[in-house]
Design a protein around this ligand. Structure first.
Ligand code: ZN
Length: 473
């Protein structure tokens, strides 16, 4: 009994503390600036102050009024001059005045990076690739070409900074020096591939081409056709027509060969070398149902990586995870096999997220994010929903998700965008990245915080996925 009384008194004391805390929260003023940091250098002629104060406070920045939203959030775009900017933010609630003084610096001239030497040092040698999936680029830091695979042999013509310049098709490409080493074997002037064979399993068709030497590949995917070119290789296949139920035609000419699948679009492919055999792995066309599909959901950021942070200090990683969990439930209910790259607030490397999806043999990979802007832009003008793809085959999935998400969230339709991101670059699975809304637009942010909306957005994304499969073939 005495023990119970003690418990009761602890309970009331705790309740008292909560009430006092709540009263203090409502009656006291506060002024938190989430962005930018005091002393920051801003490389633009404007920035935005993002933070929170008492919802009933009046606020100003250098005397200019700042709108305070019902959750206490503020987002104020502010022009800056070159050099040092002294800024005073004032929030007043009754007699409680909070003042924050900040300094921001705008550089007078854009910071000049010393022009790195672009001198090509001749280096004529045959080199062998030592890294799987590393990028091959048009220029040392330019656009990516078909990724390289371990064991490929190619002809270097020179070294430029830390890149090998190598022969690629009729032109040249660049490989980071760390990803290759001198080869024992000479690069063949020309090799002729005269044999292609096919086999298949439940999910994939494999086209296998025997070569004298594994060489750089150039794989181009358009609609339902894969066109393959291999360095120094001409094709003279004996069997000119091969068919399976899922792969309707195959053709070749001297310097390339093509394979097309029997659907409107490709839905995943990859290539690799098995010794000297070039293997093209093509996913069979999807059935029209979400049931049985393997879907990997990637809640963006996590752990030490917060993503962007909203005015009331909720990090993007939390909202991404909540929407992702609702999406996981909805897709599971629809009959899909769903896996998450993270289920809690932990850090996961970007490349590990892709590898996870590939190990699960995912049909599609969908990364969930929310957006922000750099300095110099205005989150009251630029905001809304966008969906990113990189591989042409992923565009129709991106379009379907974008259309169905817009229907339920009513945000601005920023459209489907082409973007080279770690989570959009895989050719297998079909991969997209969704930016549901803007963390730094006060209206979208407030909407994103509500569980009922997070659920609604997940349903929109699910509808997009269901529709994608329904219209696939
Ligand atoms: Zn993000």
């Amino acid at each position: 009994m005495l023990n119970n009384l003690k418990k009761l008194s602890v309970f009331f004391a705790a309740l008292g503390i909560i009430f006092v805390a709540l009263y203090a929260y409502a009656s006291c003023n506060r002024l938190v600036v989430v962005y930018p940091k005091d002393g920051a250098t801003i490389k633009a002629n404007s920035t935005f102050f993002i933070g929170n104060t008492n919802p009933n406070a009046t606020m100003s920045v250098n005397g200019e009024a700042v709108k305070v939203y019902s959750n206490g959030a503020f987002v104020r775009v502010f022009s800056l001059k070159k050099g040092k900017n002294e800024i005073t933010l004032v929030s007043q609630f009754n007699d409680d005045v909070k003042i924050k003084k900040m300094s921001l610096y705008v550089p007078y001239a854009p910071a000049t990076t010393p022009a790195s030497s672009q001198v090509l040092v001749p280096y004529n040698a045959s080199i062998v690739v030592t890294e799987e999936e590393a990028p091959l680029r048009k220029t040392p830091y330019g656009d990516r070409l078909t990724p390289i695979k371990e064991g490929m042999i190619c002809q270097s013509v020179g070294i430029i900074n830390n890149h090998y310049k190598v022969k690629y098709g009729d032109g040249f490409a660049y490989i980071l020096k760390n990803f290759a080493k001198p080869a024992d074997e000479m690069v063949l002037d020309k090799q002729v591939a005269d044999k292609i064979s096919f086999h298949e399993d439940k999910k994939y068709i494999y086209a296998v081409v025997s070569l004298a030497q594994p060489v750089l590949a150039d794989i181009d995917a358009k609609n339902n056709i894969l066109n393959v070119k291999l360095n120094n290789t001409s094709f003279n296949f004996k069997d000119t027509q091969k068919k399976t139920s899922d792969m309707s035609i195959f053709s070749f000419n001297d310097d390339s060969f093509s394979i097309s699948v029997s659907a409107k679009n490709l839905n995943g492919y990859d290539y690799y070398y098995e010794g000297k055999k070039f293997v093209l792995k093509i996913r069979k066309p999807f059935s029209n149902y979400v049931e049985g599909k393997v879907i990997v959901i990637d809640p963006g950021h996590g752990g030490k990586e917060c993503g962007s942070i909203g005015p009331t200090e909720v990090p993007e990683k939390d909202i991404n995870l909540k929407i992702s969990k609702y999406l996981q439930d909805e897709l599971t209910k629809a009959g899909a096999h769903v896996y998450m790259t993270r289920e809690s607030d932990v850090y996961v490397d970007l490349y590990d997220r892709v590898e996870f999806a590939q190990k699960k043999h995912a049909d599609i990979l969908i990364s969930i994010h929310n957006n922000a802007l750099p300095d110099g832009q205005n989150p009251y003008i630029t905001h809304g929903t966008s969906t990113y793809y990189f591989q042409p085959q992923a565009k129709i999935l991106a379009q379907s998700v974008q259309k169905n998400l817009i229907k339920v969230n009513g945000f601005n339709d920023l459209g489907v965008k082409y973007g080279s991101l770690v989570l959009t670059r895989p050719t297998n699975p079909v991969s997209i990245l969704v930016e549901v809304g803007f963390m730094i637009n006060p209206f979208e942010y407030e909407a994103l915080l509500k569980p009922e909306n997070q659920f609604k957005y997940a349903v929109g994304i699910k509808n997009g996925i269901v529709e994608y499969f329904k219209n696939f073939s």
